[in-house]
Ligand binder design. Structure first.
Ligand code: GLN
Length: 314
């Protein structure tokens, strides 16, 4: 079979999971009621090796919305569909050292969002391929995530999507600023709609580990064998994840865990160990940076135990 209960990775996953069980600091996101209502004690994790074996612990098939964890994949898809020059005319690759929703565009010399991992940059990237009818948009998002997850039926959480759309004033302000600086090719609401819909894609730790493993595997899906993204695109995505994936915690995370990663306000984090594995963890209580408290501890401990820091001598 594809999973092995007695494999050392499964045992390590269980040991680290147990050691983190009692960590209950932080609080779930509450900027929309749908996220605030989540059971804060949920906890799950999964690892997918580049050979396709998947290991998991906790409710690894329980779904959540991907939120900001879609950003690396939107960026990668844009790089793949357009040229890096076209994408980087719209969004830079510099970390901000600031929260994900910081209103920083005016402070960047080129009037471009700093990077595609903060909201402004992700909305800019979304704008690049959000043209067409609503049905076409939905089909485009479904096809991106269906290829990445290696399964057909991609679901959206429509309550989360509608709430984000109705209350997303900060994101709307960012989109208006970008429009003012001629950084959006489509109407503000079109770019936002694509972004909010993408953030509301539902997945679980198993899916997320598989998506992460696709990046670890230079763009070849570990289960379907399909080439989902070119290796050069994956290199670019992982580079930006390494410096920007955890916002104002990116430096500390790189120090402690030492692999490219991306967090989401749902409480998920995925990490990529190039050539080896994708890791996903979900626990909804967040710290002040919007990162999962228990998820960070889990990744720190797993990194130490497995020696996955990319600068650790082999
Ligand atoms: N949908 C969220 C937002 O735009 C995503 C942010 C996040 O996950 N950090 O605010």
């Amino acid at each position: 079979g594809r999973t092995g209960a007695d494999h050392p990775i499964q045992r390590e996953l269980e040991a680290v999971f147990e050691s983190c069980r009692d960590i209950d600091g932080g609080a779930p996101a509450d900027y929309i009621p749908e996220l605030a209502r989540v059971d804060p004690d949920r906890f799950a994790a999964a690892v997918c090796l580049t050979d396709g074996r998947v290991f998991s612990v906790g409710g690894a098939r329980d779904a959540f919305t991907l939120q900001s964890m879609v950003k690396p994949f939107l960026y990668g898809t844009a790089l793949h569909r357009f040229t890096p020059e076209a994408v980087h005319a719209r969004v830079g690759v510099e970390p901000t050292g600031r929260p994900f929703d910081a209103m920083l565009i005016l402070e960047s010399g080129s009037k471009r969002p700093h990077n595609p991992m903060v909201n402004a940059g992700a909305i800019g990237v979304a704008g690049m391929f959000s043209h067409g009818s609503e049905r076409e948009q939905v089909r485009r998002i479904r096809s991106i995530f269906s290829d990445l997850m290696g399964r057909e039926n991609i679901e959206f959480d429509s309550a989360v999507y509608l709430s984000e759309r109705d209350t997303g004033f900060g994101n709307r302000a960012l989109a208006h600023l970008m429009h003012f600086f001629h950084m959006l090719d489509v109407p503000v609401e079109t770019a936002l709609d694509f972004y909010f819909k993408a953030c509301a894609v539902r997945a679980n730790c198993h899916d997320l580990a598989v998506m992460a493993a696709t990046l670890a595997n230079a763009g070849t899906h570990p289960l379907t064998g399909r080439k989902v993204l070119p290796a050069k695109v994956v290199r670019d995505v992982l580079t930006v994840m390494a410096t920007c994936g955890l916002y104002d915690y990116a430096g500390r995370f790189w120090f402690d865990v030492g692999v490219p990663a991306k967090s989401g306000v749902c409480g998920g984090i995925f990490a990529v160990v190039p050539g080896r594995m994708g890791i996903a963890v979900f626990s909804p209580r967040l710290d002040e940076n919007g990162n999962s408290v228990r998820g960070l501890s889990f990744l720190e401990r797993l990194s130490k135990r497995r020696g996955i820091h990319v600068f650790l001598p082999a």
